[in-house]
Design a protein. Structure first.
Ligand SMILES: [Zn+2]
Lengths: 487, 481
């Protein structure tokens, strides 16, 4: 029999439903595995063991009483950027050390309503700023495929936990690629929903107009179930859209007849790892074999996405992070004056990348610079969105790499922020446009490091990308490979 | 020597006393009374991850004010973040409106020295109030009950030219807010705060000179005093060859002086940008039209009606409408069949005199409008005369008893009974043979003296008309005899 921790949501659900498996046993298997492996991988910042088992017991009771749900009793992990009432939520930052939120994020509330069991909170780049999890205030997470390498970021902990079978699935957040890039680097499925599809209430904001919560899983069908669970309008998030949530599972088919796939010529650029290009192009050929028609499309403002992102995201972040002042929560460094207290608290509490982005954003919003930077960036953002709108008049989905490279070595890019920022060059344009995107495993390079195929859809086109990703996944074996790990 | 005139614009921060706060479900309470930090939630304490949701009622209240101030209600509304650090501002930014306010381009008419002046309203925009810092020795405490209460900032054009106009504008605006039911106007609760922008220039010129801004004025009295001081300071400065510097000033209540808080070179950069957590708010024309239909009669319209339909004097009508509660009191009294002018005289005369002496507002007065009408009816029925009625009102004001009770208790009813009065008149005539003699001999002026003796005997309760009539009959009878 397969290890319990290898089961996908759908596989575990089948056993749970038949009464051949209890949530308590499944959960205990994960807790045991975390115990063995996480000392090395450090995917988790907190494991809620006792409360976890209590939740599993309750899930078993619910099932015994006749409740039936694919998520009932499934052990999952949550990125530490999502608020969990009474459970420490740090966003990977020292400035929130010891902070226990008085409320729970809507997405997690929905997961709990469906009966999902929380294993714990996963590591991340501080306030979701980074592409390697090296910016965590609590130590780096290691890539399960090569522990000398990063898992990507900022949701590196969630990606690594799912890849290393330390959770059936996980939630992360994606502001410029923070789900899709680590999913690609860890060889799991990662979905960034369209802006407004999932409530951001309880997601600690990095860049409010770009952030979305999304799932990590070991199959596309699992991602579809998870998205169905967390999507939908929330009266507490005015940017969440009041549109019905489709049956994402029903959208999954095994062929791609009639599907038009666009390949953006601007996405196969200099600097892209040749192995990544080769593997992604092969995956696109596979889509053709499944019945899709493939054509080249152009997204002419692609090269502007990175600079635009690094004006808008830091600008919003500079205001979003102003509340971390040591007055109401988090550690306080008491100074002689109020101003000293602010400065010392924030100096001690924030890491260098967070400080860098706060300064960038503050500058971009300053009187005299606002028009040249923030406002101009917003105008270009509109052009980037129009690129996608135009492309989606011709094609149903866009296929491209999720990351220009496979997992890089820990420490390789920490001293070169610009190199690090390039990790998200294929993902962040979507956040600017508000589109949805999914990364699905599509091969391995010569070092046995996973590569992700990114499938992009228009806003609220999740059914299309799930369908394409599922058909691709079912036709290939990549998702079945697992990293070899031992305690 | 050159004469100077002030050029003044006002910013008024009015709390919108809605059921819940601007962006969360916490109730709006009296922040001077509620125990600290008891009406707070994750949103208004800025816990990580929370999001604002616009309070529809606050927008409705803002629209009401905008309409009452003859503003254009803008279809496209956008909130913005105004960033600065202070412990009473939990998010480190205030959600306000910047480029796209709720209302703009209105006006408010004020009356000063029998002249009507039109003051332009630049804009009115919604934002959220801050909490309060409470300083205790070397430490400070933060109370966030007020944080997130809806505020409407109403900005006037620099159209005021005297402190009298400033006061009239502030009072009129306050009255309108109270009439609309969006603010109770009690400045001791901090629900209305003022900022004055002041510059001076040679009278009659149209130059706009450097201005100062006086912040945090918490009452109309402070606004008036601060403006007076600041105008005089600037004129003196300019006359002595000095120059006004653009500064933010505070007002010291004790010394009565304005003091510099900061100069322009240290001005905050608030780094405004559109609030990404709130999509632009489009205000439906039909909604505005529906709200417009619900607007109550406002002071100017009410005053015109009092003059035209009730025949009140301009003066009385103006006084009665200046305060919503007074107007309501007056109108409640008119529900009875009673002469409006008589009621107006009693309210603006005796009742106001008693209120001023006791230092109470009309809401606290124990004499209900119905009780006042009962008093007036007693005068009309000649049960008591006007002078007695004033005494009765005073007793009603103190005790809350009805006029009838007091007249009965104190035996104040007017004596109109002819036989009773005849006996008293007979006594007076008998006791004063000499004046009677002189009267009959042609000293007509003594008639009044004799009547006065009757009033004295009856402690003023005699019906003067009846006394006059009987007295004249008796004396004429004596003349014939
Ligand atoms: Zn609240």
């Amino acid at each position: 029999m397969t290890e319990l921790t290898e089961l996908t949501i759908h596989e575990a659900y089948a056993l749970l439903k038949k009464g051949e498996l209890s949530s308590v046993d499944l959960t205990q298997a994960y807790l045991d595995r975390i115990d063995v492996l996480d000392g090395r991988l450090h995917a988790y910042l907190a494991v809620t063991s006792d409360e976890t088992l209590e939740q599993a017991r309750r899930a078993d009771e619910r099932r015994a009483k006749g409740e039936d749900d694919p998520l009932l009793g499934i052990p999952v992990a949550y990125k530490d950027v999502l608020c969990t009432q009474g459970v420490e939520t740090t966003c990977g930052s020292k400035i929130l050390a010891g902070y226990k939120p008085p409320y729970t994020a809507t997405a997690i509330d929905k997961m709990e309503a469906r009966g999902a069991v929380m294993l714990g909170k996963t590591n991340m780049d501080e306030f979701a700023m980074g592409s390697s999890t090296e910016n965590s205030g609590y130590g780096v997470t290691r890539n399960p495929w090569d522990t000398e390498r990063v898992p990507g970021g900022s949701s590196g902990g969630s990606a690594a936990a799912v890849a290393a079978q330390m959770a059936t699935a996980a939630l992360g957040s994606d502001t410029g690629g923070s789900i899709r890039q680590p999913a690609s680097l860890c060889g799991v499925v990662g979905l960034k929903p369209s802006y407004g599809r999932v409530s951001r209430y309880g997601l600690v904001a990095y860049a409010s107009s770009l952030d979305q919560i999304g799932p990590f899983s070991r199959s596309v069908a699992d991602a579809a179930v998870l998205l169905g669970a967390i999507a939908g309008h929330d009266p507490q998030d005015s940017t969440s859209v009041d549109m019905p949530v489709p049956d994402y599972i029903a959208a999954l088919t095994s062929d791609l007849k009639g599907v038009k796939v666009g390949v953006p010529k601007e996405y196969f650029i200099e600097g892209i790892d040749p192995a990544v290009e080769r593997i992604v192009r092969a995956a696109i050929d596979q889509l053709k074999e499944l019945g899709a028609t493939v054509q080249e499309v152009s997204l002419p403002h692609t090269d502007m996405a990175l600079p635009v992102y690094y004006l808008i995201a830091p600008a919003e972040a500079s205001a979003n992070l102003a509340r971390f002042d040591g007055i109401r929560y988090g550690p306080r460094e008491q100074g002689d004056t109020l101003w000293d207290t602010y400065c010392q608290t924030r100096e001690a509490g924030f890491g260098p990348e967070v400080k860098r982005r706060i300064m960038l954003g503050t500058y971009a919003l300053s009187a005299g610079y606002y028009d040249a930077y923030y406002l101009k960036a917003q105008k270009v953002r509109t052009l980037i969105k129009q690129d996608f709108d135009a492309a989606f008049e011709d094609v149903d989905v866009i296929a491209c790499p999720a990351s220009p490279t496979t997992a890089f070595r820990i420490g390789e890019k920490v001293d070169d922020p610009l190199q690090m920022y390039l990790s998200d060059v294929f993902t962040l344009a979507l956040n600017l446009a508000g589109n949805c995107g999914i990364s699905v495993p599509c091969g391995f390079d010569d070092d046995n490091l996973p590569v992700g195929l990114q499938l992009v859809g228009p806003a609220f086109g999740e059914e299309r990308i799930l369908r394409a990703a599922h058909a691709y996944e079912q036709a290939t074996e990549w998702h079945k490979r697992v990293p070899v790990l031992s305690g | 020597m050159t004469q100077y005139e002030p050029v003044i614009g006002l910013e008024v921060h009015a709390e919108m006393l809605t059921e819940s706060k601007m962006f969360c479900a916490c109730p709006v309470v009296d922040s001077t009374e509620a125990p600290p930090n008891t009406t707070v939630c994750p949103v208004c304490t800025a816990q990580p991850g929370v999001l604002p949701v616009i309070n529809r009622q606050a927008v409705e209240y803002g629209i009401k004010v905008g309409l009452a101030l003859n503003c254009t209600i803008n279809e496209f509304n956008q909130f913005a973040r105004k960033s600065y650090f202070y412990p009473d501002l939990p998010k480190g930014y205030q959600i306000s409106q910047y480029e796209h306010p709720l209302a703009s381009n209105g006006w408010l008419d004020i009356d000063v020295d029998d002249e009507t002046r039109r003051i332009g309203i630049t804009r009115a925009h919604l934002e959220e109030d801050t909490g309060k810092n409470i300083h205790m020795g070397s430490s400070s405490l933060v109370d966030l009950n007020r944080a997130g209460v809806p505020l409407l900032e109403i900005v006037s054009e620099p159209d005021m030219r005297s402190v009298e106009e400033v006061e009239a504008y502030a009072r009129k605006l306050r009255a309108i807010l109270v009439y609309l039911g969006v603010n109770h106007g009690d400045m001791s609760k901090g629900v209305l705060r003022f900022e004055a922008n002041i510059s001076v220039r040679p009278t009659g010129s149209d130059e706009m000179n450097t201005r100062t801004e006086i912040k945090n004025l918490n009452s109309i009295r402070s606004l008036v005093r601060a403006s007076q001081y600041e105008i005089a300071r600037q004129i003196k400065l300019v006359e002595s060859g000095g120059q006004v510097i653009q500064q933010t000033m505070g007002f010291n209540e004790e010394s009565g002086k304005t003091t510099v808080q900061r100069s322009k070179e240290y001005a905050d950069d608030y780094r405004y940008f559109p609030e990404p957590d709130l999509p632009p708010l489009n205000i439906d024309r039909a909604w505005v039209a529906a709200i417009e239909k619900t607007l109550p009669e406002l002071p100017d319209a009410k005053r015109e009606r009092f003059i035209d339909e009730l025949g009140l004097s301009v003066q009385d009508a103006g006084v009665l409408v200046a305060d919503k509660a007074t107007a309501e009191y007056f109108e409640a009294a008119l529900k009875a069949d009673v002469d409006a002018k008589t009621v107006a005289n009693w309210v603006t005369g005796e009742l106001f005199r008693l209120m001023n002496a006791a230092g109470v507002e009309i809401e606290q007065v124990k004499v209900t409008p119905e009780a006042l009408v009962d008093l007036i009816k007693l005068v009309e029925a000649e049960t008591i005369n006007n002078n007695t009625a004033k005494e009765v009102l005073e007793a009603m004001f103190e005790t809350g008893h009805s006029a009838g009770e007091i007249v009965k208790e104190q035996g104040l009813a007017q004596i109109s009974d002819s036989s009773a009065l005849e006996a008293i008149i007979e006594q007076v005539l008998e006791a004063n043979p000499e004046p009677v003699e002189k009267y009959l001999g042609g000293k007509e002026g003594l008639f009044g003296w004799l009547v006065g003796q009757v009033m004295k005997e009856t402690r003023g309760q005699a019906n003067a008309t009846v006394v006059n009539q009987i007295m004249r009959e008796r004396l004429e009878g004596m003349r014939k005899a």
